[in-house]
Structures are given as structure tokens and as C-alpha cells.
Design a protein around this ligand. Structure first.
Ligand SMILES: Cc1ncc(COP(=O)(O)O)c(C=O)c1O
Length: 471
């Protein structure tokens, strides 16, 4: 493809994207294909010779699109959103066009300095402690892994980095029973065993119980274990439980335990001053992550990771071969040492596009709409009488089940709600997912897609009613 063909095809693709968004509500939100169908439709071998862009795009339309779930549909209420927006798409396009490796300052000074700047902007906008430093990671999973490694190295005075795990290491990591699976995965990758994680009981709001945490730590100390790290959560995936950061920080301080806070989705809402209470006491913790790539209209991947001890983070990962040494190393941020991988994408660019294009106030306006739509929907469920809310609704995630009069058995209700979820999703008109809370099959509806409006939520209510009437 030469540059003039690129120009022509590029315009075509932008037209395709624009049409896609204009017609996105016509696609089934959840892909309706059966396993293996797309694979079978694809040729056995890669083409030996050039194929035209038009043919490639046509095949995308005719073969692949059917197998895509439309995460950017305003009726996508599943999981947590992985939002994008037009400014973000353009920022991402520019990132791929420039194609820079942003591993050290010298390989792209603007990338390093913009990353520093947007991390500072977000720190101020979201009430994150002033003295902390931020870096953009790919995902919250990676950020949490970095925090675990940092906790491990700080505690061992960087000796595990040097000698590996000494036999008999008895480190313990704590999180709530509602914490995200990425914590358990991080624990495994960081070299601990699954027996070294303690899942602390939650209260009726699905928040970690500090007194239970405290008791578990004391029991572990008495048994000769070494409490290393607590990962608390703001906005758990299953239930949007919000751990009490200041209480947990106090306990961590008492026993000199590293405290990492995972706010992957809900942390975005701290851009609203009225939700900054969720991170009260964060300054006493050690590190914090949230994902603009979930709610803040910024393409996956973009995860903001903050720490109060940047030197410890850098020392955890620091390896400096001759070929990466530069004359400015002592004066700049070389982000290769702030995380796991060497090569880094220019992720700050799309976030910068989003922040400038919406402005903080534009983002706040949309978030307030999403939260109010969720609150109204929850109120409707409460009032109706046929439903049960299974968790509080502090933000935009509603956990509920259908509970018709006369059906009391847990198994029956679980089956009924599983069927309801399936019936809703197979219409392609909306997409919800589920979890289990206290053994109850729970329908999860997250109202947070970039372009969701009241009419989409109203249409979901009608769909729910229609499906219930036929159960
Ligand atoms: C609370 C929480 N933490 C962590 C994660 C993992 O996020 P990522 O996909 O960025 O690793 C999720 C994903 O939904 C989450 O909900």
C-alpha cells in the first residue's frame, strides 16, 4: 500500500467507522455465533500474494463482524464497560501512525513527558495524594502485579530480586472474598502460592471487614507467617463493594504491611468530587490503580497506576544494560523501569485527546448521567415488587434478580434468573452478565457505556418485562 492508497483507504475506513457508530444499535449487542463458525469460514492458509484493501474490509464485514460483540453499543450493560469515544479512537490512530517505542525518555521524549503530565492531571482531578507519582500500565492486572512485586521487594530489602525466594518464605497476601481474580493471578505470578492468600469475609455491603482482617493478621503472626500486602478494592466486580481504605490503611500501618488499592472501574468516578470519599485515607496506602479504559471513554488499554514510593517501584524493576544507558538518565522518567515490559506504547496520547476533547466537566456530566440512570433503574426495580436488589448501588452497577411471588427455592430462583439472562441476551437487543452473591444467581447491569441514554435503559426495562411475561 503506497501513501496515496493509504490516504484513500484511510478515508474509507473512517467512513466505515462513522457508519458503524451511526448504525451500532442495529447490531446484536452480544455476538450470536456458535463456537467454531468464524474459524471454519476463514481460509486454511495465509494468502501468498497481495490482496486489495477493499477485499479485506469486505471480508471483515461479511465474515468477522457477525462474530463481534458490540462493546460500544449503548445497550451494552455487561461486565464493566470497555469504553471508547471518537477522540480516543483518533488518538489511538495517531499512536499507531507514529508507531513509537516509548521505553525510555530518549526514544520519545514527548511520550514520556506527556505521560508524566496526564498522570499529574488525573491525580489532581481525582483527588489522588499530591506527593504520589503515576505511570500508565496496560491493565489493572499488571498494575496489581507490580504492586505485589514492589511489596515483596520492599519487605525483603530487594533480596528476593537478588537471591530468589529463600526456602520457607511465609508471606501472606490479603484481599476480600469479593476481590477480582487478577489479585490471585498476580499472587501466583509474583512467586507466592495459592495457600499464601487470605480472602477476608465481607459485610452486608460486600466490603472487607477490617476487624476480620485484623484478626486474621494476628492469627497469621502468631502462627509464624509474615503478613506482606493487603489489596483492598473500591468497586468490586461482582457487587461494587467499597472497602474502607482508611480503616484498612490503619491496620496495614500497625503491622507494617504494604497496602495496594484496586479501583479498576469505580476509581473513574473520583473525577466527581462527590465520590472522592471512596478514596478517603488513600494517602496512608502505598499504591493505587484505576482504568480509564473501563469507564473514561479511553480505548483499551490504559490503566493509571500511582505509588507513594516511586524509588521502590523503580528499584524493583531496574535493570540497565549498556545499550539502554543515556546521558539524561538521572534527569528524566524512563518508564521502562516503572513496570514489567521494556517496550511501551504511547498510551498517554489517547487519554490526552479524551481529556482535552471532553474537558473534565464533560466527563463529569456523562458520569453523573450514567450514575443517575442506574439509580433510577434500581429505584424502579425496588418499587416494582417482582425483583430483589442483591447489593447496594453506590454507582452505576445494579445487581438484582427476578423473584416472583411464590417462588422461594434457591435452586429454582437461580435457574429462573439464568434463563432470564439467556432470553434477554439472545434477543441481541441488550447484553447483561451475571455473578453469584451469597449463592444467589445475580443479574449484573452496568450502565456506563459512553453513549448510553435514558431511552436505552427504558428499552431494557421493556425487554425485561417482555421476557419475564414469557418465562
Ligand atoms: C475490580 C477489578 N479489578 C481488576 C480488574 C482487571 O482489569 P484489567 O482487565 O485492566 O486487568 C477488573 C476487571 O474487570 C476489575 O473489575
Amino acid at each position: 500500500m503506497d501513501s496515496e492508497e493509504f490516504r484513500k483507504n484511510g478515508y474509507k475506513l473512517i467512513d466505515w467507522i462513522t457508519d458503524y457508530y451511526q448504525h451500532i444499535e442495529e447490531y446484536p449487542v452480544k455476538a450470536q455465533v456458535k463456537p467454531g463458525v468464524i474459524y471454519q469460514a476463514l481460509p486454511e492458509n495465509a494468502p501468498e500474494n497481495h490482496e486489495d484493501f477493499d477485499a479485506i474490509l469486505a471480508d471483515f464485514d461479511n465474515t468477522l463482524l457477525e462474530g463481534m460483540t458490540h462493546w460500544q453499543s449503548p445497550s451494552f450493560f455487561a461486565y464493566f464497560n470497555a469504553n471508547t469515544s471518537f477522540p480516543s479512537i483518533l488518538g489511538e490512530l495517531l499512536t499507531s501512525a507514529i508507531g513509537a517505542q516509548c521505553m525510555i525518555w530518549e526514544t520519545s521524549p514527548a511520550a514520556a513527558e506527556l505521560e508524566e503530565k496526564v498522570c499529574e492531571w488525573m491525580k489532581k482531578a481525582c483527588g489522588i495524594p499530591d506527593a504520589w507519582d503515576g505511570v500508565i500500565q496496560d491493565t489493572a492486572s499488571t498494575a496489581t502485579l507490580c504492586a505485589l512485586l514492589m511489596a515483596r521487594e520492599k519487605h525483603s530489602n530487594f533480596m528476593i530480586n537478588k537471591y530468589g525466594f529463600l526456602a520457607g518464605s511465609k508471606y501472606i497476601i490479603y484481599c476480600s472474598s469479593e476481590a477480582h481474580s487478577s489479585i490471585e493471578k498476580g499472587v501466583k505470578i509474583a512467586g507466592f502460592g495459592s495457600d499464601q492468600i487470605r480472602k477476608i469475609r465481607v459485610d452486608s455491603k460486600f466490603a472487607m471487614m477490617p476487624e476480620v482482617l485484623n484478626k486474621q493478621i494476628v492469627d497469621d503472626l502468631n502462627a509464624g507467617f509474615v503478613p506482606l500486602c493487603v489489596v483492598s478494592a473500591i468497586g468490586t466486580t461482582g457487587s461494587h463493594g467499597i472497602d474502607t481504605i482508611h480503616e484498612i490503611s490503619k491496620i496495614c500501618k500497625r503491622y507494617a504491611i504494604f497496602h495496594h488499592v484496586d479501583a479498576a472501574h469505580a476509581g473513574n468516578a473520583t473525577i466527581l468530587p462527590e465520590f472522592q470519599w471512596m478514596i478517603d485515607g488513600l494517602d496512608a496506602a502505598d499504591s493505587y490503580v484505576f482504568n480509564p479504559h473501563k469507564w473514561m471513554f479511553t480505548n483499551f488499554d490504559c490503566s493509571l497506576f500511582y505509588t507513594k514510593d516511586k524509588q521502590a517501584l523503580i528499584k524493583t524493576f531496574d535493570i540497565l544494560p549498556e545499550y539502554l544507558k543515556t546521558d539524561v538518565d538521572s534527569k528524566v522518567n524512563n518508564y521502562r523501569d516503572w513496570g514489567i515490559q521494556l517496550g511501551r506504547r504511547f498510551r498517554a496520547l489517547k487519554l490526552w485527546f479524551v481529556l482535552r476533547s471532553y474537558g473534565l466537566e464533560g466527563i463529569r456530566t456523562k458520569f453523573r448521567l450514567h450514575i443517575s440512570l442506574a439509580q433510577e433503574f434500581a429505584a424502579r426495580l425496588r418499587k416494582d415488587g417482582r425483583f430483589e436488589l442483591l447489593a447496594p448501588v453506590p454507582l452505576n452497577l445494579i445487581c438484582f434478580r427476578y423473584k416472583p411471588v411464590g417462588v422461594e427455592s434457591l435452586d429454582q430462583l437461580n435457574e429462573l434468573n439464568k434463563l432470564l439472562e439467556q432470553k434477554i441476551n439472545e434477543t441481541g437487543k441488550a447484553y447483561i452478565t451475571h455473578t453469584k452473591l451469597l449463592g444467589k444467581y445475580t443479574l449484573r447491569m452496568c450502565i456506563g457505556q459512553t453513549n448510553v441514554e435514558k431511552r436505552h435503559v427504558d428499552a431494557f426495562w421493556e425487554l425485561l418485562e417482555a421476557k419475564i411475561s414469557k418465562l
